[in-house]
Unconditional design. Structure first.
Length: 429
């Protein structure tokens, strides 16, 4: 497009945005990361929740002779416990991964800092386990990538405390170029080694190659195994877990979801088992949004919505987070395209900072169910205060600063007199 035409287009777009005084952010270059320690030293360390009292420590070593052990304890430099885990590795065309280690450690105390060392050598890391009870704070951010915008998003995430990071898909944007999975691991390592990162897959995790890698997800499944077996799921592409009174369901937009699929059956069963007395809050993440008024990726989540929306609605899911669209959008409570008091709140938060840049064009006029939309990089925070109240906020990257651009309080559906009637655990409220 001619430059002046482009500027004109941007001018018109901006007049429709939620905050007209804010200049849109162009994409930024990739960040290069290197491993400058010995080949036996851990890199790309990240941790994830496994069941109630355990944490999985994952890392990569270039050297294949390193044992998969983690020393850990509550005092820095003093490791009174040791756990042994498993390893994997994979190849993708000419690329061969390093040794990928996964070690589950525990039982761990809640809201406690643990110090740990990977493979019996190298630097010390530490993480803090989530609290056992409310309040708990989740960071939610999708479509992260590994650009300079990603770095500032990560900085802002880390600048204020949180317990668990939830990522609704599209991690590294390696797009079959496997060394980018390693550089992504190194970029997020300083953060993902300190707090559990719980992820689900996006389209950029697929890396399907006809005939040779028809099922895809080779790198994703080897590097980011999530606790799917613990939640009765046969696939790493969908699973659920409980943390501090919240049941979180990670769905897979890029595996079968029709009513006859394993995923659907698993979901229906998982929802059936949710006890709102133990986990009053019920949250779902997936990649391709079911509700979206951006011009990008229109309709891509529609077949999944048609298959699964009813069962989520019937279970009184509180919130559904999606990524994929590189922008922020918050909807009211919705069911079947209409505002309704008992539906989930839908949020698109695919604005972590990847190299593809922002999705700038919105459908006009804005549908009445869409309450806030803006194409800027940033991250979200869900702070669940107690059984009834939570605060959601969206933090836009304003260059190097983080600015709260959207903030809303809401109440759990379980505590709602009219919506919470038929859900398990309601009577005891
Ligand atoms: C994240 O914040 C903590 C607490 O301020 C700090 O100790 C740590 O170094 C930060 N991590 C990174 C990677 O900046
Ligand atoms: C839950 O938190 C909200 C917001 O902080 C507060 O107004 C409310 O009183 C709390 N409810 C209970 C039962 O503690
Ligand atoms: C965003 O950053 C600019 C430049 O640093 C500053 O002038 C502006 O006030 C900031 N906006 C907000 C909403 O903080
Ligand atoms: Fe995507």
């Amino acid at each position: 497009m001619h430059r002046s035409l482009l500027l004109l287009a941007i001018f018109f777009l901006r007049t429709h945005d939620a905050s007209v005084d804010f200049t849109r952010q162009p994409p930024r270059p990739l960040v290069n990361t290197y491993h400058d320690g010995p080949e036996s030293h851990p890199q790309q360390v990240h941790v994830s929740l496994v069941g109630n009292k355990y944490m999985k420590v994952s890392w990569v070593t270039d050297e294949h002779n390193v044992p998969s052990v983690v020393d850990f304890g509550k005092v820095s430099g003093k490791y009174d416990s040791l756990a042994t885990g498993e390893t994997t590795s994979y190849s993708y065309f000419l690329y061969s991964s390093g040794k990928i280690h996964h070690v589950t450690i525990g039982p761990l105390d809640p809201a406690t800092t643990y110090y740990y060392r990977c493979g019996g050598t190298g630097p010390e890391f530490n993480f803090r386990t989530p609290p056992e009870k409310f309040p708990i704070e989740f960071v939610v951010v999708g479509d992260l990538g590994q650009t300079e915008w990603t770095s500032s998003t990560l900085d802002h995430i880390n600048a204020s405390n949180y317990d668990v990071l939830l990522l609704p898909g599209d991690l590294s944007y390696a797009d079959t170029h496997q060394p980018l999975w390693d550089s992504f691991g190194r970029l997020v390592g300083p953060y993902a080694s300190q707090r559990p990162w719980m992820v689900t897959e996006g389209n950029h995790e697929q890396e399907i190659f006809p005939i040779i890698y028809p099922k895809g997800f080779k790198a994703y499944n080897a590097r980011w195994p999530m606790p799917h077996e613990e939640s009765g799921s046969k696939s790493n592409l969908y699973y659920s877990f409980d943390v501090a009174g919240t049941h979180i369901i990670m769905l897979g937009s890029y595996t079968d979801f029709g009513v006859d699929s394993d995923q659907y059956k698993w979901l229906a069963n998982d929802l059936e088992k949710v006890d709102r007395l133990l986990t009053p809050w019920l949250i779902v993440l997936l990649h391709a949004p079911w509700y979206n008024s951006n011009a990008a990726h229109q309709g891509e989540g529609e077949s999944m919505r048609l298959a699964m929306e009813q069962v989520l609605y019937d279970s009184r899911v509180d919130m559904v987070f999606a990524g994929h669209v590189h922008a922020y959008e918050r909807f009211t409570r919705v069911f079947n395209n209409n505002a309704t008091p008992c539906g989930p709140i839908y949020v698109t938060i695919g604005d972590g900072g990847n190299r593809e840049g922002l999705a700038m064009i919105y459908k006009e006029p804005s549908p009445s169910i869409s309450l806030f939309r803006e194409a800027s990089f940033g991250h979200g925070r869900l702070r669940i205060m107690n059984e009834t109240h939570a605060r959601w906020s969206w933090h836009r990257n304003n260059d190097s600063a983080s600015v709260v651009a959207d903030e809303v309080w809401f109440e759990s559906l379980r505590s709602s007199p009219s919506c919470g009637q038929n859900i398990q655990g309601h009577d005891e409220l």
